[in-house]
Structures are given as structure tokens and as C-alpha cells.
Design a protein around this ligand. Structure first.
Ligand SMILES: CC(C)(COP(=O)(O)OP(=O)(O)OC[C@H]1O[C@@H](n2cnc3c(N)ncnc32)[C@H](O)[C@@H]1OP(=O)(O)O)[C@@H](O)C(=O)NCCC(=O)NCCS
Length: 245
């Protein structure tokens, strides 16, 4: 059952979560603890989740889901009681955030409104993202499936992430792709439109080589010299790369 140790742990987590709101939301800088607890939806949802998760861990039936449901009705933030959330977690603004059953979130993570840590498909087992420490997820971003988001990553607003995210990277777009890794720009897409593969030219070149070989063999069989006139070789395309411009 719920022991004194569990209660002490939950109180400690709540204190750290209120501190996280004060640190990361400029609007909360001057606010007192009671004010934050009373009017910051993200903090309320988290507070409720800390209790629901502790009850879920001690196998209390029904109550954890009832708490999660009530919290969603009040704050618009849905966190499954089984989801694992580290210290100093902060949901800014909050409404529309969904955190699935098997999601795992590290320490000092920030989510903005409309973020989904969701599953794909109907398979049971691990099906939600694992988010590392010090990760920031912009508003409206969707992180789907049992992917791993590396420590220190930033996910841009409205990004759809369906693959693992490297540590200390910035990922944007749909599908999400890194635009910065360890502070450096990622090599862009191949924009060399001049040297594109040309399968038709390749086929003609192959045929030309075979005709040349047949002519050589025929000339050898007749005892004469190979013909002077050869099939003109196709030249590879040349020109500056548009990527360099
Ligand atoms: C992703 C983010 C963290 C990047 O911030 P940053 O480290 O300062 O990086 P930059 O602004 O230099 O952007 C890097 C590149 O990604 C692009 N980019 C940034 N955010 C993007 C987004 N959400 N969607 C698509 N592209 C984005 C930029 O245009 C830039 O492209 P470029 O290198 O071709 O010029 C930031 O843009 C973001 O989306 N933050 C979320 C903020 C939020 O949700 N606020 C809600 C408040 S209520």
C-alpha cells in the first residue's frame, strides 16, 4: 500500500515540478507556490499524475485512471498513470498534451501545448516514445511509436517524429529530420541536378559496347581489320553543380 516513503517522494517531486514552472515559464517568475498550484494547468496535471502513478505502481485498482480522467477534464492534458516521468518536468500552457501508457520521460524535459507522445498501431507492449533528459518539444509536435529521443534534443513546433532523434540535435518538419546536430548544420539534400543517373543513356552505352565487340569478333573471323567507324560513345553529362551555386 501507499507508505510514508512514497508520500515523501511524491511531495519532493511536486516541489521540484513547481520549481521547474518558475524556472522555465517567464510568466511564473513572480508567482508564489500556491498561485502556481492553483492556476498552472501543466503543474496540476503533473501533480495529479505523480499521485496516480504512485497508486498505479502499488496496484491500487481503478483510482489511478479515475484521477487521470479527472485531470484531463480539468486541464485538457491526458497522461496515462503508467507513463514514467522524471524530475523537473514542465508542460507549458498544456492543453491538448497526450502522454501514452508506455511513454518514458527523462529529467528536465519541457513540453508545450498540443504535444502527443503517442503509439502507432494496436500492438500491446512498448509502443510510445522514450524521451531523454533536457529535451524540449515544441507546440503541436507529434512523437509516434517506440522511438528514442536523445538527451538535449529540441523538437520544433508541429514536427512529426517517427524515427529516433540523435542527442543534442534540432529536429523539424514532417517527417521530422535533423537540421542541427551538436550545433552544426546537417548536410542538406543532394541538389546536384546536373549529374543525375540516366538509365536510358546507360542502356544505349551498354548496347554500343556490345556492337563494338561483335564487330571486332566478326572482323577477326573474316581475317580483316576491325572497322574504323565505331559507334560514337555517349559522353557523360558535364556542367557545374547547381548545389555549388
Ligand atoms: C525547433 C526550434 C527549437 C529551433 O530553434 P533554434 O535552435 O533557434 O533553431 P533555428 O531557429 O536556427 O532553426 C533551425 C532551422 O530549422 C527551421 N525551423 C525552426 N523551427 C521550425 C519548425 N517548427 N518547423 C519547421 N522548420 C523549423 C529554421 O527555419 C531553420 O532552418 P534553416 O537552417 O534552413 O534556416 C524552434 O524553432 C521551435 O520550433 N521551438 C518551439 C517553440 C514553441 O513551440 N513555442 C510555443 C510557445 S507557446
Amino acid at each position: 500500500m501507499l507508505g510514508l516513503g512514497t508520500l515523501r517522494r511524491v511531495v519532493g517531486e511536486i516541489r521540484a515540478d513547481v520549481g521547474a514552472a518558475r524556472d522555465r515559464d517567464p510568466a511564473a517568475r513572480g508567482a508564489g507556490t500556491f498561485q502556481i498550484l492553483a492556476s498552472w494547468g501543466g503543474v496540476q496535471a503533473l501533480l495529479s499524475h505523480r499521485v496516480a502513478h504512485a497508486l498505479h505502481e502499488t496496484d491500487v485498482p481503478a483510482l489511478p485512471m479515475a484521477l487521470s480522467y479527472t485531470s484531463r477534464a480539468v486541464t485538457g492534458i491526458e497522461i496515462h498513470p503508467a507513463a514514467r516521468i522524471g524530475d523537473d518536468f514542465f508542460i507549458d500552457h498544456g492543453s491538448g498534451v497526450v502522454i501514452g501508457e508506455t511513454a518514458e520521460i527523462g529529467d528536465r524535459v519541457t513540453l508545450y501545448q498540443g504535444v502527443t507522445l503517442g503509439g502507432t498501431g494496436f500492438a500491446r507492449g512498448k509502443r510510445h516514445p522514450t524521451v531523454g533528459d533536457n529535451v524540449t518539444v515544441g507546440s503541436g509536435a507529434k512523437l509516434l511509436g517506440p522511438i528514442e529521443v536523445g538527451h538535449g534534443a529540441k523538437i520544433g513546433a508541429n514536427t512529426v517524429v517517427i524515427q529516433d532523434v540523435p542527442p543534442n540535435s534540432t529536429v523539424v518538419g514532417n517527417p521530422g529530420h535533423p537540421v542541427r546536430i551538436e550545433g552544426s548544420k546537417v548536410e542538406g539534400p543532394d541538389t546536384d541536378w546536373i549529374h543525375l543517373p540516366d538509365p536510358v543513356a546507360d542502356a544505349i552505352k551498354g548496347l554500343s559496347e556490345r556492337i563494338g565487340e561483335l564487330e571486332r569478333q566478326l572482323a577477326e573471323a573474316r581475317g580483316g581489320a576491325p572497322p574504323e567507324e565505331r559507334v560514337r560513345e555517349l559522353r557523360p553529362k558535364r556542367g557545374p553543380s547547381s548545389a555549388g551555386g
